[in-house]
Design a binder for this molecule. Sequence first.
Ligand code: SAH
Length: 228
Amino acid sequence: MRYSVTDPKRNTANRQGIGMTSQRTRERLIEVLTGLGVQDPRVLEVMRSTPRHLFLDEALAHRAYEDKSLPIGHNQTLSRPYTVARMSELLLASCAAQKVLEVGTGSGYQTCILAQLVPKLLTMERIEPLLERAKHRLQRLAIHNVVYKHGDGYEGWPAREPFDGIMVTAAPSQIPKALQWQLAEGGCMIIPVGEDEQHLLKITRSGNHFSKQKIEAANFVPLVNGLI
Ligand code: SAH
């Protein structure tokens, strides 16, 4: 039997997915992630225990533990598990991630993973219905260290800066300047950049200098201006 977020039989203590039939498929996904080089045990553990199927429509839930990006409506996608794991691992390894900003809440799946890895998470999304749905899901999963904003990631969240880490889950053609200036000293931003060809970049702040490191090829939906 598969539970949905709104199923009253599911209680909030069920973040581990206890009693769910998909535990074995989830283990297989963890094997795929380690095979692809994901190493951080903290990341692998939260990926193992987080019910990704609750972030998808019922009709797609059976595909939740494939290492694939999947549609979440409004022409957006839930990121591929490998990407979620890799970006989380990079962020944790690259800065003292106490207070983190995520741009592009989408389904809330990456939000849910990150929220279990850092003390304080702020997340912003330009499409309000997606943000509301994600918020509802995370509250049902008893994730309470997240603050939500319907806003444009190109502008970041000036009222709440600085951030030790920033993770962007949609791709701009260039690094948004406002965002990088919201990094704390020594802070880092993990962001896919590019149009036809995208790369995942790691930007690290040192004073007024921003060093840029290319990590690997990426494939994200575009970061778009303006709110819906
Ligand atoms: N991390 C999400 C991935 C969602 S896809 C998940 O795991 O489900 C990227 C998201 O970025 C989309 O929801 C899209 O609406 C959002 N987005 C795109 N441009 C944005 C912007 N300028 N500001 C905030 N969110 C944006």
